[in-house]
Design a protein around this ligand. Structure first.
Ligand code: F6P
Length: 362
């Protein structure tokens, strides 16, 4: 039976989004003969019908290796707390009824929401209002529960590891401490796994508050062993024991979430005080979100996209496609967004790092 489904991409962009969109469009049309409506700029697109357009096989041609999202995205527009100007002030209003009405006007019978924790929570709220939604887990941070991996994470890891390889040459030639600040928000996955893969000497993650003295001792011990340089990877959400996270910009009227950044410089300043070595900081930033997705993310995104369509066909609403081991399956969006999936400080990956002689800040 013919159906019309909608797809949107919400939150920060991420390599592999186009693979998901292509997977949804192709399987909806080729396997089921359905129509697909692409919604621009995340949930914002559902407030403006001009931002909703049919997606054909033609419109997804050639997008598989492309970074970003052909639909556009935003990490601001939450229809349940929408920023509206009133009397010169920004207030937050619940305008979700308009979203639900527009979904009906467009004839969308199921909505596929591709996003991280924030976007999937919005999708879950829409589900409570009777919208049939299916979620797809996206984020370079890999911090969504109930899925072994989110798509985008693998590409971000490759970028961070490549940066560490490149930083090694200057570190070694100039006998310096090179610090790489990576993304990940409150989770240390990118720092931890790229640090292991890129041969870092120190890895600092939010899950293990760090002691600056111990970092200095580790760098000094390396120098005593003849290695006159060190590589430090620091997650943007890492913070010193007894101290605070470094925030580049706090939440405001437009952004309800704080922007992290600056911990690399903090660590550099403190290391310079206790060591007689040159220290340099590189902030990898949005390079981690850009570029062509890796083979892993293209395949994972394609599998998530086709799974989401199958979930619509099976009436599996309020659920999110996920990866468990090597199998694509599904879980409730509620379980996936109940809290963040963080690194276990006593877990196997941290232990691997320590067994390799990497100092993890404690
Ligand atoms: O969640 C993805 C992410 O890239 C985080 O790692 C980072 O803290 C944040 O988004 C940056 O967001 P923005 O693009 O708004 O600066």
């Amino acid at each position: 039976m013919s159906k019309t489904i909608g797809i949107l991409t919400g939150g920060g962009d991420c390599p592999g989004l186009n693979a998901v969109i292509r997977g949804v469009v192709k399987s909806a049309i080729i396997r089921h003969g359905w129509q697909v409506i692409g919604i621009e700029d995340g949930f914002d697109g559902l407030l403006d019908l001009k931002k909703c357009r049919p997606l054909s096989l033609e419109s997804v041609r050639g997008i598989l290796p492309r970074g970003g999202t052909i639909l556009g995205t935003t990490n601001r527009g939450n229809p349940f707390e929408y920023p509206v100007e009133q009397g010169g002030k920004i207030i937050r209003m619940d305008i979700s009824d308009r979203v639900v009405e527009n979904i009906r006007t467009l004839g969308i019978e199921a909505l596929i929401a591709v996003g991280g924790e924030g976007s999937l929570k919005i999708a879950q709220e829409l589900a409570k209002k009777g919208v049939p939604v299916v979620g797809v887990p996206k984020t370079i941070d890999n911090d969504l529960r109930e899925t072994d991996f989110t798509f985008g994470y693998n590409t971000a890891l490759e970028t961070a590891t490549d940066a560490l390889d490149k930083l090694h040459t200057t570190a070694e030639s100039h006998h310096r401490v090179m610090i790489l600040e990576v993304m990940g928000r409150y989770a240390g996955w990118i720092a931890l796994e790229s640090g292991i893969a890129g041969g870092a000497d120190v890895i600092l993650i939010p899950e293990i508050p760090f002691e600056v003295d111990r970092i200095c001792a580790a760098v000094t011990a390396r120098a005593a062993r003849g290695s006159r340089f060190s590589i430090v990877v620091v997650a943007e959400g890492a913070f010193p024991a007894g101290g605070d996270r470094v925030v580049a910009k706090g939440a405001d009227d437009r952004y309800t979430i704080e922007r992290l950044g600056g911990i690399g410089q903090y660590v550099a300043r403190h290391i310079e005080k206790c060591l007689d070595m040159d220290v340099r900081v590189t902030v990898l930033g949005h390079l981690q979100r850009g570029g062509s997705p890796t083979t892993f993310d293209r395949a994972l995104g394609s599998r998530f996209g086709t799974k989401a369509v199958q979930m619509v066909a099976d009436g599996e609403f309020g659920r999110m496609a996920c990866l468990k081991g090597r199998t694509i399956t599904s879980v409730t969006i509620e379980a996936a967004t109940s809290d963040l999936k963080l690194v276990d400080p006593a877990g196997e990956i941290v232990r691997t790092a320590e067994d390799l002689g990497i100092m993890v800040g404690r």
